[in-house]
Design a binder for this molecule. Sequence first.
Ligand SMILES: [Zn+2]
Length: 210
Amino acid sequence: MHSYEKLLLQNKAWAEEIKADDPEYFERLSHIQTPEFLWIGCSDSRVPADRITGTQPGEIFVHRNVANLVINTDVNLLSVVDFAVSHLKVKHIIVCGHYGCGGIKAAITKTDYKYVLNMWLRSIKDVYRIHRDELDGIKNNEEKTNRLVELNVQEQVQNLAKTSIIQKAWQREHRPDLHGWVYGLKDGLIKPVFEMKAGTHIDPLYEYDV
Ligand SMILES: [Zn+2]
């Protein structure tokens, strides 16, 4: 058997198990999704949003990319944010990074990862530059990387607040709250590191007349 065939078999077993427990489960879910949360996480296979939060299908709307970045020209991410905020009316957006993130580690080396990855990782170097004073002061390499993971989450949350999508929702409906979390691969625990409640004041330079 090929490894991917195992996935299909496991899928069948999973669906049967759920139907045995709750025969209407899939029928119910197929009609509507009303998730309260949008999750912006890292693509890392060890950080599955629903598993680590104990949530079920239908509860979290998910977007994942390398190092959980919120880039203001990323049409993919912005479409997800717009749909989640304007149509699904989510109450919370969670940007969740994780300690030991390969994307973060890669961004602070001088390694040339060639065109596309260099492009993607570039904004993490910007996060380092913004917080250089604090980060240069940390001598232990692992501690330095872990702190950059936290600061990266903080910057990405702030990037969300700079979008007119969020500003409009804050002004008209006083939601969503924005949360910056970091997941620990070594203990499975999530640490909240940053928060912006709906309506938080931001630098006027980034404010729109929405
Ligand atoms: Zn990662």
